[in-house]
Design a protein around this ligand. Structure first.
Ligand code: CJB
Length: 802
């Protein structure tokens, strides 16, 4: 049930805010009007949620990233106020859709990991799992991307956090956070005296549950200096020095690191992590004590869920606060710590597993370093009677002094009572490949929770036409429990339902076609199959495999025109980390190939390529409802789960995918007839890697592949420049093709031919699409949160091992 909306109060607040912003009527320029509307809505929100008795512990979700996307429509929809506001604004001749475009996406995350955190907040508020999200209030979010002659260029993403209207006042005490300095011993008591102090201030965003009058905070911390201006230095004429402390402190929450699945190992990043964790731990303890509860009861009421290893230093910070500030015995403090933390692993990629340089760490956090040595010693002691003691110690220690490294994943496993992967396959590989020894030592610690997506944003909000069709066909219950989509199965033989389903897709494609024309100038054929690959640009995600497919079609059509080949639009959207040269070369290659193919009348009736710049949540919301085919073609074993795969399948795109991550579970649910699976299995890939994979042999035996690589090497797509795509070509050949692109090429082409055939039969195609919608209810993040409750967050006695 939605909350009651007070139209009169809204009008008064709106006028007041506009006056305050210096405008005198609601038909004023859109940006301030949007702000005033959001503030006027906030005025009607209750300041706190009604108190209820909750069975589950309070969850503290620690994440360096929350990729929220725009909040305005999401909030309106969850409150049930969209129509009221739409109508109210129409009285002033203002269209809600136009106003919503004023909101700049809060892009405080890179990709899947940050977006998952945002979906989980929505679900926790909607199913009333008490929770607080803890993160950073970055001044600049993920960079904005544009293309200059086909190459990615980046610019700073200033989302104007100081005027973001969805922040609300939070009466939370500021937190002091220290860095550097020395540890002194005084009367046998160790005392850390940092040499640089910053202040953390909290900014809350209310996360509004779906039609349940419930809201809870996402608490984002902002760093500043307690004495930002040094008058003495200024008076002496040292103008730059006068503000150097402020600059140093504010640097901490200046910008989001733009790496996805890659740890850069920078000092500032460690400062960010420590800053965030100290603020969160201090806040958690503060609220616990405010409630009159003894510290020893923390694990009875609280859980701290670590979203990957980025906030793992929180484990050591809690230990430090207990030992140093509250004078606990080390062993007691460590025992409590281990009962409080749970760790979600999101990747097996070695370059993404964070290892801190020991010297850097020790200089920045000398007290924490000592505590890490003690944890390491504790771990060694637990192995005292183990038959394979030495091997376990060397392969599992969190400190490897010989290499001068601290391994954060090891710290996370040792310091947590639960560890989970994010899809069945991934969780199996976590125990088999990443942490085999830990899994033997502590088998009950490890579990799986398959990821999920919020159906509010990823269906109800982004695909209103499909939502309406679902309401008309099966009623509205699916909005509260996505498993109700199953009842669509009863309508799959109803020709008029399938026609309506197809019409919704076509209408969404027409809308997207208009947006593509507006943003790129390319007029796509909206009747063509829309084949989309939208995700971060990474070799393991294999946008270059898609490119090879396009080149195969191009060459085939050039040499043997085939009017029966159904037209396709290949749509890419992806950002490459600014320092990831090969990923940028792949973007460049796709753009250059697009420029040639889109202008070649011999092929452009059947092949069109669009690379939409600046992929972000609000763009995903427009692409996903329109997609026919969802490309989920990662190298097996590399994509922990994927969540774009779930969003696309739910919205009726058929998946072409490898047996990787959650693709496998999508296959299990939708059935093999309604998905296109190809390529190596984890086992066959493992064998290839173990027996020295030879891509050159594949190439030698495949003339089509040779021709395609020649096209990339002979300057066809780069005005004669033969070097333009050298990094890409080398990665597939001389560099040994580590992501098995050539190994999967033939199988990929084969499945794509089958897809072409299937697409020529719309009735079968759209029946499969509707089946995907009907059978993807399981991928709701509400279900994922319930799994966390059952498998991880409930107390030991209540927990069911998954
Ligand atoms: N993931 O987005 C990131 N960044 C990382 O640094 C590590 C992993 C992704 O997390 C998603 C949420 O669990 C997964 O679906 C995805 O496979 C993984 O790459």
């Amino acid at each position: 049930m939605g909350q009651p909306f007070n139209s009169e109060k809204f009008r008064n607040s709106l006028v007041n805010y506009l006056n305050h912003l210096g405008y005198h009527n609601p038909t004023t320029s859109q940006q301030p009007l949007w702000q005033a509307v959001c503030l006027a809505i906030q005025d009607q929100l209750p300041k706190t949620s009604p108190k209820k008795a909750f069975a589950s512990r309070h969850v503290n979700y620690l994440s360096m990233e929350f990729l929220l996307g725009r909040l305005t429509l999401n909030n309106l929809q969850n409150l049930g106020w969209t129509e009221s506001i739409r109508n109210k604004l129409q009285e002033y001749d203002v269209q809600l859709v136009d106003l919503l475009e004023c909101e700049h996406d809060p892009a405080l995350g890179n990709g899947g990991l940050g977006r998952l955190a945002a979906c989980f907040l929505d679900s926790m508020a909607s199913i009333e799992q008490p929770a607080t999200g803890y993160g950073l209030n970055y001044q600049y979010g993920l960079f904005r991307q544009s293309f200059t002659q086909g190459q990615q260029t980046e610019s700073a993403d200033d989302w104007d956090r100081d005027h973001y209207p969805w922040f609300c006042q939070s009466p939370i005490p500021a937190v002091e956070v220290g860095f550097g300095g020395q540890v002194h011993s005084k009367n046998g008591i160790l005392q850390w005296i940092p040499d640089f102090q910053v202040i953390g201030k909290a900014h809350d965003i209310a996360i509004i549950g779906y039609r349940n009058h419930h809201q809870q905070p996402l608490r984002l911390w902002h760093a500043s200096h307690p004495h930002p201006f040094n008058l003495k230095a200024f008076n002496l004429g040292h103008y730059a020095n006068a503000e150097s402390n402020a600059i140093e402190a504010e640097k901490i929450t200046k910008v989001l690191y733009p790496n996805d699945n890659h740890a850069a190992g920078k000092r500032l990043r460690l400062m960010q992590q420590y800053f965030q964790c100290t603020c969160a731990i201090t806040d958690i303890i503060y609220h616990h004590r405010q409630a009159g509860r003894p510290l020893a009861e923390l694990p009875k009421y609280e859980v701290i869920q670590l979203n990957d290893t980025h906030p793992a230093i929180a484990i050591v910070e809690l230990l430090r606060q207990l030992v140093d500030l509250y004078q606990w015995e080390w062993a007691d403090a460590w025992q409590l710590t281990q009962q409080l933390f749970a760790y979600t692993n999101h990747t097996l990629m070695p370059e993404a597993l964070e290892c801190w340089d020991l010297h850097l760490f020790k200089r920045l956090l000398p007290r924490h370093y000592q505590l890490i040595e003690q944890i390491d010693a504790w771990f060694s002691a637990t192995l005292k009677n183990h038959p394979d003691k030495q091997h376990y110690k060397t392969s599992n220690a969190l400190l490897i002094k010989g290499h001068g490294k601290i391994r954060m994943a090891n710290l996370s496993v040792i310091g947590s009572y639960a560890v989970n992967g994010v899809a069945k396959l991934h969780s199996r590989l976590v125990t088999e490949e990443l942490f085999p020894e830990y899994a033997k030592l502590w088998p009950t610690k490890f579990t799986n929770v398959t990821n999920g997506i919020t159906p509010r944003r990823w269906l109800l909000m982004c695909n209103p036409k499909l939502a309406e069709l679902l309401n008309d066909t099966i009623g509205e219950q699916w909005q509260h429990d996505l498993s109700y989509l199953q009842s669509l199965e009863n309508h799959l033989d109803n020709a008029s339902f399938l026609q309506d389903y197809q019409d919704v897709k076509q209408s969404n494609k027409n809308n997207l076609a208009a947006l593509i024309a507006q943003t790129t100038g390319i007029e796509i054929n909206p009747e063509a199959m829309l084949d989309v690959q939208i995700k971060r640009l990474h070799e393991y995600k294999r946008q270059h495999l898609k490119l090879l497919h396009i080149l195969a079609l191009y060459q085939q059509l050039k040499t043997h025109p085939d009017p029966n080949l159904p037209p396709r639009v290949f749509l890419f959207a992806a950002k490459a980390a600014p320092g990831y040269d090969l990923a940028k070369n792949i973007i460049y290659a796709i753009n250059q190939v697009a420029a040639v193919i889109n202008h070649d009348p011999a092929v452009n009736q059947q092949l069109q390529i669009v690379f939409m710049p600046d992929y972000r949540v609000s763009l995903a919301e427009k692409i996903i409802p329109a997609a026919d085919l969802s490309e989920q073609i990662s190298t097996v074993g590399k994509e922990a789960s994927g969540t774009g795969n779930m969003k696309l399948a739910l919205n009726g795109a058929l998946t072409v995918g490898t047996q990787d991550g959650a693709n496998i579970e999508i296959l299990d649910h939708v059935g093999a007839e309604h998905i296109f699976i190809f390529g190596q299995t984890v086992e066959s890939a493992r064998q290839l890697w173990q027996n020295e994979y030879h891509p050159e042999q594949i190439l030698a035996n495949n003339p089509q592949l040779q021709d395609i690589l020649t096209l990339l090497k002979d300057g066809t797509f780069a005005q004669g420049n033969k070097q333009a795509f050298k990094p890409l070509v080398e990665s597939l050949t001389t560099a040994g093709d580590p992501y098995l692109v050539l190994a999967d090429f033939a199988s990929y082409l084969d499945i794509q031919n089958k897809i072409d055939v299937r697409y020529q039969h719309p009735t079968t195609w759209f029946r499969s699409a509707a089946i995907n919608t009907a059978r993807c209810g399981i991928f709701s993040s509400d279900r994922a949160i319930r799994d966390y409750q059952q498998r991880i967050w409930l107390s030991d006695a209540q927990r069911i091992k998954g």
